[in-house]
Design a protein around this ligand. Structure first.
Ligand SMILES: [Zn+2]
Ligand SMILES: [Zn+2]
Length: 343
């Protein structure tokens, strides 16, 4: 179940069409302009068309929405906290109308307060959210973070404690799960780059948080080194996690089989096309499928971008001039060999 975060430019239905065109099995999207506090209500016609298309594709149990980055449920500022609860309510309601089972959001940042107060604030926000949306099916998934500044949600212990606090505040533990982002974990100090370390990370997750609460995976390689505490997504196999790391993640066992077989695995890797005009989503999907098959996996054959690659939030313009600047053939080959050696 591989997907990608795709644009809703024009219509949310375009994201579905694009996902199908790319050969994906699911999609992650924003259900509104993610930079705005207020959004127009969903058009009933759009909701009808969306649900019909989802039924046709058989994707009912696997689509993912990402909540707006404006939301900070941990904020000590009452006005911002209230606005965040209102916007998060809207996000949950939209997902419910669209039958989107998973809504991913970042736990938040405690800014001028402290860690404990921040966590309490999130639990209190959840109490209100779930009171407003009794009986809804969408599962809110707290995403692990690299943990810079006052950002909450890097440590597994903290995520587990947070879920416990939310469960206690709301009495509805089944509506809260987690999204595990591989880049965030690795950059945040949980080494995913080798089969041994990756297995240890998920053993720890299972012991502390529980594999069954991991409802969405974000499959992103990391442009920065292990434990760098920076959030820079890279193409699969070309970052500090590498193909061996991704093969290990996909090979995690649990519940008598592959632990993540039924878990949507979403790429939030840089967009655009490689020098040969192949969409990076297609290349990254191919690498993940190889990792899954257990075959001897090599990093993508395509030459990696030379300059820093931006993440989905600020995707480079398609067909930008930098793509045309290519190294002479000889150098490209040695670069490719270097990647294979590293992998
Ligand atoms: Zn993510
Ligand atoms: Zn990220």
């Amino acid at each position: 179940m591989f997907g990608s975060h795709l644009s809703i430019s024009g219509s949310m239905l375009n994201a579905l069409d694009e996902a199908v065109g790319l050969g994906l099995d699911t999609v992650q999207l924003f259900t509104k302009n993610q930079q705005q506090w207020k959004a127009k209500p969903l058009d009933p016609g759009l909701v009808r068309d969306w649900n019909a298309r989802i039924a046709e594709l058989g994707w009912k149990d696997r689509t993912v929405s990402h909540a707006s980055y404006l939301i900070n449920l941990a904020s000590p500022d009452d006005e911002l906290w209230r606005k965040s609860i209102d916007l998060m309510t809207d996000e949950i309601e939209r997902c419910e109308s669209l039958g989107i089972p998973f809504l991913v959001h970042h736990p938040g940042a405690f800014t001028t307060s402290d860690r404990e107060s921040g966590l309490k604030r999130i639990a209190a926000a959840y109490r209100e959210l779930f009171e407003r949306t009794v009986g809804f099916h969408t599962i809110s998934c707290l995403e692990n973070t690299v943990g810079g500044g006052s950002t909450l949600g890097r440590e597994f212990e903290e995520l587990a404690a947070l879920r416990g606090m939310i469960a206690e505040a709301t009495g509805q533990p089944m509506r809260v799960g987690f999204c595990f982002d591989t880049c965030h974990a690795h950059s945040g100090g949980y080494d995913l780059s080798s089969p041994v370390t990756a297995a240890a990370v998920f053993e720890q997750w299972d012991r502390v948080v529980g594999l069954e609460h991991l409802r969405v995976l974000h499959m992103n390689d990391s442009k920065t080194p292990f434990n760098s505490h920076r959030d820079r997504h890279e193409h699969i196999g070309l970052g500090s996690i590498g193909v061996r790391g991704f093969a290990a993640v996909l090979g995690v066992r649990g519940g008598g089989g592959s632990a993540f077989a039924g878990v949507p695995k979403i790429m939030e890797t840089p967009k655009g096309k490689d020098a040969n005009g192949v969409p990076w989503d297609t290349i990254n999907l191919g690498t993940l499928r190889e990792c899954l098959s257990g075959a001897t996996v090599k990093a993508p054959k395509t030459e990696p971008a030379r300059k820093p690659v931006r993440t989905t939030a600020a995707a480079p313009k398609k067909g930008g001039p930098r793509k045309k600047k290519r190294k002479p053939a000889g150098k490209t080959k040695s670069a490719k060999r270097a990647i294979r050696r590293k992998a």
